[in-house]
Design a protein around this ligand. Structure first.
Ligand code: ATP
Length: 292
């Protein structure tokens, strides 16, 4: 149940099952973020401080933003996004005030997740920045994090592609002192991401046949032949897309679907109603994937 006063952009519609290939990372995220937000009393009982900040680092398009949104959704936390570059440009001159405002809003609406994307752009190593503005913003951010009182009901998740570029003071105890690497997915991870992004896509499953070995092997475990066929259909693309990140795979699936659509729409006038039979026969084939 969304809380009143949440802005539309603060209501991420992302869940754990929308994230492919990051099982181990998600377990860490849940322990570091979900547990203290849900059960701050456990940390009281243990006599240890719950984390205030978690740094997600890794290449662009690997799911860092998705993770932050999914956790927020899962614990029904208030969610505030801040973009590093935006703080530097849009709020230039009032960046510190903006940060204070955000932390206030966070405390008032706790439990809250503050997500700071591209934190390296506001908090580069102070020694390396001549900019007085950056230095003041980092100092402000540190002060706000140090000032977070209480029992882990506000957690700041920061994301960066350049973990070595951020001010080391931010990575000290009590600040962003937990780090999780969100790397480039391997073949198994890519397959899971293909499965997530093609969930609602009508694939041409007639082109794949299951061997008798593959059929019904895990009957009773809730895996259907259709799911096995979908998986088999997608496996070659997972194998052939070495180096692709989640964002690349999402785009590839979309392109393949658009390719299928264009073929189907050939000879159909856009301004006429589209016959239902045609929509029902719409399939995304191997050729569409190859074309994409
Ligand atoms: P950036 O550093 O560019 O912000 P990011 O790591 O935060 O990158 P996201 O914004 O989470 O990347 O991902 C961009 C899009 O790519 C997502 O909206 C999603 O469609 C797709 N995507 C990325 N990673 C995954 C994943 N692991 N599983 C499913 N989809 C993914």
């Amino acid at each position: 149940s969304p809380k009143e006063g949440k802005k539309a952009q603060d209501l991420p519609d992302i869940h754990y099952e929308d994230i492919g290939g990051l099982g181990r990372e998600l377990d860490q995220v849940r322990e570091m973020i979900e547990l203290p937000l849900r059960h701050p009393e456990i940390f009281d009982r243990l006599g240890i401080e719950p984390p205030k900040g978690v740094l997600l680092y890794g290449p662009p398009g690997t799911g860092k933003t998705l993770i932050a949104k999914a956790v927020a959704n899962e614990v029904d936390a208030h969610f505030i996004t801040l973009s590093g570059p935006e703080i530097m440009s849009k709020y230039y001159g009032e960046s510190e005030g903006k940060l204070r405002e955000v932390f206030e809003e966070a405390q008032e609406n706790a439990p809250t997740i503050i997500f700071i994307d591209e934190i390296d752009s506001i908090a580069p190593k102070r020694a390396e920045t001549k900019g007085e503005v950056e230095q003041r913003i980092v100092a402000q951010l540190l002060a706000l994090m140090d000032g977070l009182k209480g029992r882990g009901e506000v957690i700041v998740i920061a994301a960066t592609n350049l973990p070595d570029n951020i001010d080391p003071a931010l990575r000290r105890g009590g600040r962003f002192d937990r780090e999780i690497e969100i790397g480039i997915p391997d073949r198994k991870g890519r397959l899971e991401i293909f499965q997530v992004h093609s969930r609602g896509v009508p694939l041409d499953l007639e082109s794949v046949s299951l061997t008798t070995d593959e059929e019904h092997v895990t009957e009773g475990e809730g895996v259907t032949d259709e799911e096995r066929r979908r998986k088999k259909f997608l496996e070659p693309y997972a194998a052939a897309t070495h180096g692709f990140v989640g964002a690349d795979i999402a785009l590839l699936v979309k392109e393949a679907a658009m390719h299928a659509l264009r073929k189907t729409m050939e000879g159909i006038q856009m301004d006429k109603e589209i016959p239902l039979e045609i929509l029902e026969t719409l399939r995304v084939t191997e050729d569409d994937f190859k074309a994409a």
